[in-house]
Design a protein. Structure first.
Length: 236
């Protein structure tokens, strides 16, 4: 039985999603974490099974759209584009834009530890929401609701190379050629603590093959690896 206060929250959530549920208990389940169920003698269903289904539905929706709209992209590129979008960081960002965190039912301990804003919980909840919409309204309606949340980033990724993991590509090249593993080194850090710039080099067998800059070490390494791939004339 869903309380009156809970129904009010669910109605607000539906409006934010832009989808009115025929079966509102599906939405409630999608917004119920296992910690809440464990503290309430399992009177409720948690969202883990929905999360499992939502992950597959999301992959299908993004995959089908990409296949139809990015006809010049190979399978490997399409997989990388989808992986760059359907991940914990991006899904948690979308969850925050939908205010899902404030509507998740959590156990007291999980709530006190900041669970309403944890990336993992927010991302899993979004996948559960996708499954709930799918079970309630079918694939076409789910795609109509979900795709607008991804379209801008999808087209940006498809028209740039920002979906590529240059470090992994350089590593694969080194392994295929049986040469030394790429070695990354932060050469310099400039700027104030809140706005540092990292200058990074990558070497193979002691020879610098790429340089890069970024707002963090990881970003600098990616840029260095990108330059290395270009200098080695490696196309992926």
């Amino acid at each position: 039985m869903i309380s009156k206060d809970r129904k009010t929250k669910l109605i607000t959530c539906q409006k934010k999603l832009g989808y009115p549920f025929k079966n509102i208990t599906l939405l409630n389940q999608a917004l119920t974490h296992k910690s809440f169920v464990n503290e309430n003698n399992r009177k409720y269903k948690d969202n883990e099974r929905l999360e499992f289904l939502g992950d597959s539905v999301l992959d299908l929706i993004i995959g089908e759209y990409s296949l139809k709209n990015f006809k010049n992209r190979m399978e490997g590129d399409l997989s990388k584009i989808r992986a760059a979008l359907v991940n914990e960081i991006n899904l948690s960002k979308i969850s925050r834009s939908l205010n899902l965190g404030e509507n998740i039912q959590l156990g007291k301990g999980e709530s006190l530890s900041g669970g309403h804003n944890k990336n993992s919980i927010l991302a899993n909840t979004f996948e559960a929401i996708v499954a709930a919409i799918y079970l309630d309204g079918g694939l076409k309606k789910t795609a109509r609701i979900i795709l607008p949340l991804f379209k801008t980033d999808l087209h940006h990724l498809a028209n740039t190379s920002s979906y590529r993991d240059f470090k992994s590509e350089l590593q694969e090249h080194a392994q295929a050629k049986k040469i030394a593993i790429p070695d990354y080194k932060v050469e310099k850090e400039t700027g104030p603590d809140h706005d540092k710039i990292f200058e990074v080099t990558v070497s193979i067998s002691g020879k610098i093959v790429g340089k890069g800059k970024g707002k963090n070490k990881k970003e600098g390494e990616q840029e260095a690896a990108k330059e290395a791939l270009e200098s080695l004339n490696i196309k992926q």
